[in-house]
Design a protein around this ligand. Sequence first.
Ligand code: PRT
Ligand code: ZN
Length: 283
Amino acid sequence: MLKIAIQKSGRLYEDSVKLLRECGIELNNGNKQLKTTAFNFPLEVYFLRDDDIPQYVYDGVADIGIVGENVLLEKGKDIERVYRLGFGKCRLSIAVPKSGQYDGLSDLQGRKIATSYAVLLRDFLTKNNISAEIHEISGSVEIAPGIGLADAICDIVSSGSTLFTNGLKEVEIVLESEAILAANKKLSEENKSILKKLLLRINAVKTARNNKYIMLNAPNHQLQNIFKLLPGMKSPTVVNLAEEGWSSVQSVVNKNEFWDVIEKLKKFEAEGIIVVPIEKMVM
Ligand code: PRT
Ligand code: ZN
């Protein structure tokens, strides 16, 4: 049985549960227990505060965990980063009052910076040869400059609206973060093999999310051009249409290149283009 720790509530909770569900793992967490066992996969799920997850995984109380990279690196536990999950994206940034002047890192020399991420901030300042006073606080960091507690802050930013509301501007990025699947370094052979199965499923879900299935009709003289645009997993599927000289092409396309590819397909006389989401994709 593999034990996974995920956030009990908060910004990573829903995406973590959704990922497990999309991996076909059914949980019964209707009444928000702290621990549950999957019905159809050898997985036990612990619901914890995100700050505690690295320690639990390090101690082996949980075998794996889903946690923000910011928390993982701040806690500095010797655990393995297994998979970047692509959700919970944010950055750990330094911000200063909007009204003040900021010309570069040297402006932070000798200043006081409030943060809940003292380890990451200290590393960043040391790497950049800045000596500043770090004032560690556990929450409401963004109000520190306004109440005269610090000259700057170092905190998590995503949309930037919290900084804006508090009269601050983002001036340096310390870390780009996202949710990470992390694992204890000494998993049993049995758990290594369950993790491998889980990773195959996670990969199938993530790859499917990044791709779309595309079907179109095209005149045969354009097929070679279209194949170059749509190489697919191995190569595109091609079926003759009843109308002489035309074929139907089926393939996959990366969602980030999607509109670009569609425009080019139109130039190559593609018609009747249908695009559908993919549920799972195993390469
Ligand atoms: O209760 P528990 O301790 O488990 O949760 P928590 O309150 O400590 O963490 P939570 O749920 O807020 O965040 C969990 C993880 O989500 C973080 O460790 C990050 O990896 C990630 N994440 C992604 C964020 C944000 N986006 C985010 N915007 N974590 C926090 N914020 C906060 C930030 O601290 C600031 O107060 O949101 C505010 C800024 O947001 P914007 O959109 O206004 O810039
Ligand atoms: Zn927390």
